[in-house]
Design a protein around this ligand. Structure first.
Ligand code: CP
Length: 327
């Protein structure tokens, strides 16, 4: 595996989920695989879970880890070609990438969407420059449009929490209010991975927040949140800004004053519409904005197991990269 961005990159999902359970039973089983190998984790944006879980995954595999916070201690990087570099950016990504690649065997990238230029973001311009100019395997740690390590961990969590083997679980992705403009990476990847999994998948959001069709796939979109929640086994809450599908000029915008959208906040009444659903969120989460205190603190909340499974999803992905290098 030379690049991990989309669900297709992991191949057969059942096999990947089986590997996740193998790792969970013995997370050091492949500790010899990464001996004398180095993972470089490049962060253009903040992180708690991704930073810690991916480092832990690399350590599980016996690797060395270098973490680079581009905006804290490194030269500020220009990412666009053709720019006259007379501003505050001292180095171009086109030199920085091959230099970084000299010191490692694989590179993880966290680089969020700028949310001003849809074409630039949806072309995964920064991630693809790393693929093109590093000559090393590259994996997404949340890029402009996707967060596959999160979606893989979410799927592992759903599989572990679903005991009713006869029935496919109903999984609902719901938009929820937030005061700031957030990327679409988490809902995009969640939708992509749920469409590939054996679940009944529904997406609900206010009109104007339609996700890109390439991620929605065959999922049912229901604008009435209550109807969407009926009979749900899992509720996955997330805010996202306007993806600009129906109105490109609104890309990255918050379309409504969040004070007027609090009826979308997932609270106990919302959860009462479901089939005693489990609550999920990738974290970090703004309490009493996305979800009420009582829902996130309830025994049906899976937010901590999801975070714990980030170590597992990352261990599987880094193991796959190491195994493909060994061939
Ligand atoms: N869920 C997630 O990616 O968390 P961080 O932004 O803290 O890494």
């Amino acid at each position: 595996m030379n690049s991990f961005l989309n669900v297709q990159d992991i191949g057969d999902l059942r096999q990947a989920l089986a590997e996740a359970q193998e790792i969970k039973k013995d997370r050091y089983k492949y500790v010899e695989l990464g001996r004398n190998k180095t993972a470089l984790l490049v962060f253009f944006n903040n992180s708690l879970r991704t930073r810690l879980s991916t480092q832990k995954a690399a350590l599980n595999l016996g690797m060395n880890v270098i973490v680079l916070d581009v905006n804290a201690g490194a030269w500020k990087l220009e990412t666009e070609r053709g720019v006259i570099m007379d501003g505050d950016k001292s180095e171009h990504l086109l030199e920085a990438i091959p230099v970084m690649a000299c010191y490692c065997d694989m590179i993880g990238i966290r680089s969020f969407a700028g949310l001003t230029d849809r074409e630039y973001d949806y072309a995964e311009t920064v991630y693809n420059q790393f693929v093109k100019y590093s000559g090393k395997p590259v994996f997404a740690m949340e890029t402009a449009t996707v967060h596959p390590l999160q979606a893989f961990a979410d799927l592992i969590t759903i599989q572990e929490s679903w005991m009713e083997s006869e029935k496919r679980p109903k999984v609902v992705l719901t938009w929820a209010p937030h005061p700031k403009s957030l990327p679409q990476a988490v809902p995009n990847s969640f939708a992509q991975w749920m469409n590939a999994a054996d679940v009944d998948f529904v997406i609900t959001h206010p009109e104007g927040y339609e996700l890109d069709p390439k991620f929605v796939g065959n999922a049912r979109v229901e604008y009435d949140q209550k109807k969407a929640f009926e009979g749900a086994d899992f509720i996955y809450a997330k805010n996202w800004s306007c993806p600009g599908v129906t109105r490109p000029q609104d890309y990255g915008k918050v379309l409504h004053d969040y004070h007027t959208m609090t009826h979308w906040t997932v609270d106990a009444e919302h959860m009462s519409w479901t089939n005693n659903a489990k609550f999920m969120h990738c974290l970090p989460v703004r309490r009493n904005m996305i979800v009420s205190d009582d829902v996130i603190e309830a025994p049906t909340s899976l937010v901590i197991p999801e975070a714990a499974n980030r170590e597992i999803s990352a261990t599987v992905v880094l193991k796959r990269i190491l195994q493909s290098q060994a061939v």
